[in-house]
Design a protein around this ligand. Structure first.
Ligand code: IDC
Length: 320
């Protein structure tokens, strides 16, 4: 792979305005040391819905829906009948790597931020595939290191019996591998119980610079109790990034809960916390933003959007 880095760097773009990000205290700061709040959309499983990663679709999201960050959810393990990066064959890995590079180039051109998410989920303990995670970052970091608009997310949602200590062991393997090649990009670290127990990370944070920790919520499942855990962790000094949320239930389906969504977003905005919604696909589920009968992969109109999609556009376009 060759690297050709030209990031659209005029002040009309989010990257042009903010430049390379870093973490200080509880805050995500831009290159001028001003707080920077990222808001945007996550793909569904990259192995399953790669067609939505295209320039026209991302351009519409930036120009019309005003996203300033896009997240690539690259599943580490198999899911829904599709191979993950760690469990697939070499050809599949190369396909995913090329797709990531394509997304890096598109988002650089558009001047928005890009999160590359090692999406552990059905592999509850990220240590299961830590060798492959290291392989992935050692392969991609040389390609991506000059792209200052990229953020790495090293473990989407540890779950099951995985403890914070287990996550630290994984982080202590993967973060040095990344930093050996790509020293100062922001890295997002998942937390126990599907990235909800930020309190455990706050009690024993990792000691690397430019780390930020993951909290995920689904508004019809996670409510005041989780918001309190989050606010306490912030008080305790933990920087938090909501790299994934849903306005429905935690299974990605069920009813939309706008009341709880508003409570969440008001809290996040008050703290300047960044957030990214799940998901860009036309899967027949509440959390997808495109209706399942739509075959387009760009140029979406109002009729192509699900109720979640319409809410997404509203909450992105509304200024804070
Ligand atoms: C869900 C998808 C669903 C898919 C399932 C397993 O919406 O179509 O069948 O994953 O691949 C998460 C995960 C995210 C989940 C989402 C909704 O990070 O991968 O996507 N969710 O269940 N955490 C909490 C909820």
């Amino acid at each position: 792979m060759t690297t050709c880095v030209t990031i659209r760097n005029n002040t009309a773009t989010p990257f042009g305005l903010h430049g390379k990000l870093h973490v200080q205290g509880t805050q995500l700061l831009d290159e001028h040391n001003n707080p920077c709040q990222l808001r945007g959309l996550s793909t569904h499983n990259l192995s399953n819905y790669p067609e939505f990663v295209n320039e026209a679709a991302i351009t519409q999201m930036v120009d019309e829906w005003k996203i300033n960050v896009f997240r690539l959810a690259m599943y580490s393990g198999d899911a829904d009948g599709f191979q993950g990066y760690a469990t697939g064959d070499d050809a599949h890995r190369e396909f995913l790597e090329a797709l990531i590079q394509k997304a890096a180039e598109i988002t650089a051109k558009l001047g928005i931020y890009l999160i590359i998410d090692w999406h552990c989920l059905l592999d509850p303990d990220p240590n299961t595939y830590s060798d492959m995670a290291v392989h992935f970052f050692q392969k991609m970091c040389p390609v991506l290191k000059d792209y200052d608009h990229i953020i790495y997310e090293i473990c989407n949602e540890p779950n099951g019996d995985t403890t914070w200590k287990d996550i630290c062991r994984y982080a202590d393997t993967v973060i040095p591998a990344i930093k050996a090649i790509d020293k100062d990009k922001v890295i997002v670290v998942g937390t126990p119980i599907w990235s909800q127990r930020v309190d455990e990370a706050a009690a024993a944070p990792l000691s690397y610079d430019n780390l930020i920790y993951t909290l995920h919520f689904y508004a019809d499942t996670h409510k005041n109790e989780l918001r309190s855990i989050m606010e306490k962790a912030i008080q305790d000094g933990l920087p938090i990034f909501v790299t994934e949320f849903g306005i429905c239930a935690a299974d990605g389906a069920g009813a939309i809960n706008l009341e709880e969504t508003n409570l969440w977003l008001r809290t996040l905005n008050r703290h300047g916390i960044s957030y990214i919604m799940w998901n860009l696909s036309n899967k027949d589920e509440t959390s997808a933003i495109i209706v399942s009968t739509c075959n387009k992969t760009s140029g979406f109109t109002e009729e192509d959007l699900t109720p979640t999609g319409k809410e997404f556009v509203k909450l992105m376009v509304n200024t804070l």
